[in-house]
Structures are given as C-alpha cells and as structure tokens.
Design a protein around this ligand. Sequence first.
Ligand code: 5AD
Ligand code: SF4
Length: 429
Amino acid sequence: MNIHESEKAAGILENLGYSETNDEKQADLILFNTCCIRDNAEKKAFGNIGAIKKLKKAKKSLIIVVMGCLAQEKGTVDTIKEKYPYVDIVLGTNNLNMLDKAVTIVFNTKKKQYLIDPNEKPDIIEDERVLRTSYPNAWINITFGCNNFCTYCIVPYVRGRERSRKMEDILKEFENLLKEGYKEITFLGQNVNSYGHDLQDGSTFAKLLEAADKFDGKYRIRFMTSHPKDLTDDVIDIIASSKHICHNIHLPIQAGSNKILKLMNRHYTREHYLEIIEKIKAKIPDCGITTDLMVGFPYEEEEDFQDTMDIVRRVGYSSAFTFIYSIRRGTKAAEMPQIPYEISQDRIMRLIKEQNCMTKQLSKDYENKVFEVLVEDTVEKKPGFVCGRTDSGRLVTFEGDKELIGQFVNVKINRSQSASLFGEIVGNN
Ligand code: 5AD
Ligand code: SF4
C-alpha cells in the first residue's frame, strides 16, 4: 500500500518536473512516506527525518515533505513543528492530491504547509498519475480505509472509513495496465473481502475477481489483505476455477487463542479460521497460504501463545509475518494491562523458530519440481541472476539476465534455503 502511494507521489512530482535521484545530496526535494502501524516504524521515520537536518542546513532550497499514516496521526504536526521545524510540508493520508500545490507554494514563498484533512470519508480521486516502479508488477487500490477497529490497530484512525472504488473504474485501470504490458496486478485494500459493501450496487470482491479474470493474454492477479471474517466461499471458488488468479492467499490470523481473538475484536474463532483453511486446501490444493501473527497482546498467557503455535503447526504457512504487539495511542488495547516485553520477546523467538521450521519443510516439497515463474527483477548481490515468484508466491532465484524481466519461464528447483528457492530455467512460456 505504501509503495503504491509513493508511486502516486512520484507521479505528481514528475508532473511538476522532478525526476528521481538515488543521491540525497543531489535532491531538491525529499519526501518521507511514513507508517505508524508499530512504534518501531514511527521511531524509524522520525529518525530518518532527524538525519536529514544537515542536508537542509547545507542546501536551504531543499524541500522536505512528510506524508502518510504518521503524518495523519494525532500530535504528529505538533511534534514536527517543535522538533523538526525544517520540514516544509506535512500531508495527511487524505491530502496526497494536494502535494503539487503545496510544493509550488513552498517553492515560491517558503511558507510551510501543514495539510491534514480529518474527514473520515473523503471522496475517492480517480485518474491519478502514478509513476510505477515495479514492472512487471503493478498495484491497484480497490478500497481505502478500514471499518474493523481491531483493538490493537491504528489504521482505522489514520485512514478513515472503508470506501470502495467503483468496479468499472478498477477494471478500466486494470485493462490499461494489461495494455501497458504489466503481468502481475495486485488488488490492494485493508480488507479486500469486504470490497463493495459500501457501494450498494451489487459489487462484491468475488464479482470483481471474476471480471478481472476475463481479459485476454497471460497475466496474474493477486490481492491483499484478506480478513478471515469476510472471506466467503465464492471467493475461494473463483480462485479455484480462474485462469489468472494466483493460488496464494494471505490470511492474517493474528492469534490462535479464541480469548485473544475476542479481545482483538477479530470476529472469528480459531475453529472458523481452520474451517476456511480446510476449504482452501480442499479446493486449491497447491495454494500458498501466508499470515500475520502477533505475540504479547494484553492478557496473552502461555496457554494462549501455545494456541498460536498450534495454528502454525496445523495450517502449514509457507511464510508468516511475525510481530510483537506494539501499543498504539488511542486504540482500545492501549487501555488494557500490558504484558512484560521480555515475555513477548521470548514468545516471538519461539514463534519464529517454529515457523522457520515449517517454511523449511514446505520448501523441500518444491525441490526437483518445475514451476512457472514470472521474472521480476535482477538480484543486486548476485550479478547474472534474476528472481521471480511462483504462482503460489514463493521467491525463486536463478541464472538469467535482465531481458527476462516480465517473462514467464519454467524453472526447475534444485535446492531450497528456508523460504528461498534456487533453480534453473528449463523453458520459456
Ligand atoms: N502491534 C503489532 N502489530 C500490529 N499490526 C497491526 N497493528 C499492530 C500493532 N499495534 C500487524 C497486524 C497486521 C499487520 C499489517 O500489522 O498483524 O495484520
Ligand atoms: Fe487494522 Fe484490523 Fe483494519 Fe487490518 S482489519 S487494517 S488489522 S483494523
């Protein structure tokens, strides 16, 4: 989501005449697109903004912009005014479309711009200019915001209520991307499964997937993120019967204990979640399933943690994002009694070990088999090598040059090393 928003910011800046540089000393403008989902993301953003002070001192005309979730968070503008007064522009999550105006004003008048729109349901802006940076992959927002209010999460406070884009607008963008040659398109939303609920015109996520699957040519569709409470059978059926939708589902469970899931306000039980997993496995046997897991949530006891470990063993995730719960001001969980950090640290180590063991085991199943891979990039640290993903979402590295980027090739997997697979091309598609 953030990468895609950076692409939108880059599109706006390009329109103003800016072009990208990797050398910050060369830059006339530096933009920080920030995240505040956990405390460490917030600290990192402020650390990076702090580190830029000397550049601004050396080059007075340098324009510094801070945008994204952290910018929208209550109190951030005051912190910036007080501790980072050299920041020229602060843009909230609803204000990205004002970037060009704000830059022009600062450029001409040096007058600081703090633009934070508190509206929880701003209108969706169509036809944004996007400077896409990830060919052959492209992202499309299908919803903005979130209505779920998981008790640990700050997203609904900084991104407002859920708004769905009209299906025709999404499909128009989708078709254009295919025409431009993009090969893998990912639908983005905090909860893609509730797509369309607010439109009240009959649009659903299953219908969107079905329509996107109907275009000619060879391409892939992915989506993220799915909320288990809204993942309906028709979505699983569409994935199973489709030509283009990848057999890969990211289905965050967060915790394996019903007590903790209730405290998190997740609206499903471990039993319901496991039922969905069984359905996926029955209908899409080669589906790569990944998840998000959190430890150290308020009231989590060893027994609850063991329920999470049990889920990891039962489901067999190809990989998982693992997090220590991080207290977020203004959320419900921030009011709950917190558990000692050492306990969380111990649990996350054990969880990572368990998941790594599972990942390693599942990777072995790929060895000596041939998979279709979409070549995505060269490997920076390994000249002469490229990487790409299988349909199930596994990263594969193999010999090849950059001309292969954007092509589908058949790769025989020779060996695996935890989540990474290594192989050789045995044919082009
Ligand atoms: N602390 C730790 N992890 C969090 N996530 C969301 N909020 C928090 C928090 N306060 C995790 C969830 C979510 C992922 C994007 O980030 O696992 O699925
Ligand atoms: Fe946060 Fe829950 Fe919404 Fe995901 S579904 S963005 S975890 S509130």
